[in-house]
Design a protein around this ligand. Structure first.
Ligand code: HAM
Length: 423
């Protein structure tokens, strides 16, 4: 047997229905806020991620699916979407459009990670980005869109953790001070943090090893190094969010695993999946487009891990999607087959979900099949009844059965399925 590649998943029905619904709601809400879809390639030049996500990050140093194509060009399966959006912005001259430009995307990303629940090597992200707005109002809009989307899925207990990373200049001063303060304890840091010391010292802040956490807790927070301008920016974001009734928790230790961020950064953690499993991460990246060779165009956005989101969907949302009633159609005999499928076509147009028996089961086996399919109603098209212009409708939920004239069938099924019948 050929097995799927480690870290990839087959999403089977009925779970795939949850994915479709989540994506439909994402498209509706984000598009409502003005973020229409950009479809990006899965393959990008490796250099794009090296220059944006950053050489010292775990993603670029350890996790990319990178290979040479037949002409020896180094390509990478995208590990995230923001870098591609920035590239596409420059390459397609989106700076010529009315600013700011709002974009959304949904699709698979690849990272070679150690697998565990909620951590895959191919996973999907749902993201939005707004490019061309320095104002904190853009940050607020992005977070409001995120909050609105999550609320539409029925989440009411998710907390947005937010921090101010300052500007890159602030960060240089912070890192120097962090290293000064930690220098005497350098030997006590874990092996990973010893490596991070040179490659990506900011990540020492969110190391999950207990001793590293204790040492970091003693150091001055990054917020102490943030310029007045950056401070005012992020304070205005949190104030406006409060006004909108959206609570954010300030976390001065929050850093993100990608180099392009500055000022506002945020994450959402699911209490259910555990402290280390982030459902959504995002932030501002005002220098990314210029670092990639474009003009000075600011940006902010986020990406939700769709696999993780689906894993913790509220029960009520899942039920509303998965408990859709089914009409089973059971044609008995050759002449009824086409009529059965024709009937399905009509009912589908009316918005019902149908399942037609297509393997030639008998009445008894067909009823069992309908029950196994959790049908609410089964329409039995027997040859004799059809000759009389009738079908038998069996309401499996109430255990009732009746003969219905074919011309009244649609109306009767509608009544039964929507519960508007008068018995
Ligand atoms: P990120 O934090 O690297 O940010 O990823 C965003 C989300 O993708 C994570 O919070 C997580 O839910 C999901 N994710 C990441 N890796 C995995 C994995 N191995 N398995 C399952 N889910 C995963 C970014 O990618 C930024 N581009 C977000 C952004 C957009 N910032 C600004 N705009």
């Amino acid at each position: 047997m050929i097995r799927r590649v480690k870290g990839t998943r087959d999403i089977l029905p009925p779970d795939s229905l949850l994915w479709q619904k989540v994506e439909a709601i994402a498209n509706e809400i984000f598009s409502g806020f003005g973020y229409d879809e950009i479809r990006l390639p899965a393959l990008e030049p490796t250099e794009l991620f090296v220059r944006s996500v950053g050489e010292g990050t775990d993603i670029v140093a350890k996790e990319m699916y990178t290979f040479e194509d037949r002409k020896g060009r180094s390509l990478t399966l995208r590990p995230e979407g923001t870098a591609s959006v920035a590239r596409a912005f420059i390459e397609n001259g989106l700076g010529q459009r009315p600013q700011p430009v709002r974009l959304s995307y949904i699709g698979p990303m690849w990272r070679y990670e150690r697998m565990q629940r909620g951590r895959y090597r191919q996973f999907a992200q749902i993201g939005i980005e707004i490019l061309g707005a320095y104002s904190p109002t853009a940050d607020v809009e992005v977070l409001l869109a995120l909050h609105t989307f999550l609320a539409a899925l029925g989440f009411d207990d998710l907390v947005i953790a937010l921090n101010n990373l300052g500007d890159p200049e602030d960060r240089v001063r912070f890192i120097t001070e962090l290293k000064n303060e930690l220098a005497v304890h350098k030997d006590e840091l874990c092996g990973d943090c010893q490596r991070r010391w040179d490659t990506n010292p900011l990540r020492i802040l969110d190391c999950k090893v207990a001793r590293c956490g204790e040492l970091v807790a003693e150091t001055s927070p990054i917020t102490a190094f943030v310029s007045e301008d950056a401070k005012q920016h992020v304070d205005r974001v949190t104030e406006s969010l409060e006004t909108l009734g959206i609570t954010v928790e300030r976390n001065p230790r929050l850093v993100r695993g990608l180099d392009y961020y500055l000022r506002t950064v945020f994450e959402i953690i699911s209490p259910e999946l555990g402290k280390n499993t982030v459902i959504c991460g995002g932030g501002r990246y005002d220098r990314l487009i210029s670092d990639l060779g474009g003009k000075a165009v600011p940006g902010i956005g986020f990406a939700i891990g769709e696999d993780r989101l689906i894993d913790v969907l509220p029960q009520s949302f899942k039920e509303s999607v998965l408990d859709r009633k089914i009409v089973a159609i059971l044609p008995l005999g050759d002449t009824a087959v086409a009529a059965g499928l024709g009937l399905a076509r009509v009912l589908i147009h009316r918005g019902f979900k149908c399942r037609t028996e297509v393997t030639g089961r008998s009445l008894k086996a067909g009823l069992k099949w309908a029950q196994k399919n959790k049908a609410s109603v089964v329409i039995i098209l027997g040859e004799q009844e059809m000759q009389q212009g009738e079908a038998i409708v069996r309401d499996l939920e109430r255990g009732q059965q009746e003969s219905v004239k074919l011309e009244n069938l649609n109306a009767r099924i509608s009544e039964i399925m929507t519960g508007t019948e008068t018995v």
